[in-house]
Design a protein around this ligand. Sequence first.
Ligand SMILES: C[S@@+](CC[C@H](N)C(=O)[O-])C[C@H]1O[C@@H](n2cnc3c(N)ncnc32)[C@H](O)[C@@H]1O
Length: 257
Amino acid sequence: MSLDYEYFKEKMLELTGFDLHGYKEKQIRRRLGTLMKSLGAEDFRAYYQILKREPQHLKRFFQRATINVSEFFRNPQRFQELQEVHLPQLLARQGCPRVWSAGASTGEEAYTLAIIFSELGLRCARGILATDVDEEALQFARQGIYPPGRLRHLPPGYLPKYFRAVGENHQVIDQVKSLVSFKRHDLLRDPFPSGFDLILCRNVVIYFTQEAKEKIYRGLAQALNPGGIIFTGATEQIFGSRDLDLVNLSPFFYQKK
Ligand SMILES: C[S@@+](CC[C@H](N)C(=O)[O-])C[C@H]1O[C@@H](n2cnc3c(N)ncnc32)[C@H](O)[C@@H]1O
C-alpha cells in the first residue's frame, strides 16, 4: 500500500466522513485515475489538496468511488426464484415481511421488490427499507424516474402497470413508491438496523476488502430474524456462512437458522 494513498484515506475521512479503508485499493485507484489526471493531480496527496480547496469536485469523487450501476429485475431468474420459492415461505410465516435493500443505489432493486409485493397483493406501507451511502443516488431513487435501459428486464405487462411516462423516461407509480423508504446508511461505519425477514445486499461488497466483507456479512446475519433470508449478488458468496448460522439454500440465497 502506498503512502500517498494512506494519507488520502485518512484525510478524506476527516474531510467528508467517507471511509475508504474498507475498499480495495486497486479498484479505487483504477476508478479515480482518469479523474485525477483530468484535474492535474499527480498523486493522491495532490488530489486531496484539490478536493479540499475546491469542494465542487467532491461530487464526482463520490460518483466514481461508489459505482451506482443498477437496473430493475437485475438477474431476472434470481428474482423469479425469490418470488416463487423463497417469498412464499416467508409469507407463510408472516404477512408483511420486513425487508432491507442495503446498497440500494438509485432504487431499482427496492422498487423491483415493491413491484413483486404488489403482484402478490401485499400492501405493506414502507415495509421495504432501502439504504445507500450515496445521498445523490438516494435522491434519484426518491424521484423514481428511469431511462428505458434500466427497465429492459421488466416482465411483460409491468411497464404500463407500474410506471407512467415522463418524456422518454418512466416514473414508478405512487402505489409502488409508498412501499419503500429511502435512508442514508454507510455499511462500513453506521450501526446496522435489525429485525428483518429479507435482506438484499447485491453487487455492493465486491468493492470491499475481505475484512470489510466479513464484517458486513456478520452484521447482516445479525440483522435477520430467525428464518430470514439474505439475497446476494450473482458473483457473491458468503464464505464461512455456517459460522454465521446461515444455511445456503441455493447459490445467492442464505437462510438464518
Ligand atoms: C453497483 S451498486 C448496487 C445496486 C443494487 N444493489 C444492485 O445490485 O443493482 C453498489 C452500491 O453500493 C453503494 N455503496 C458503496 N459503498 C457503500 C457503503 N459503505 N455503504 C452503503 N452503500 C455503499 C454504492 O453507493 C452503490 O450505490
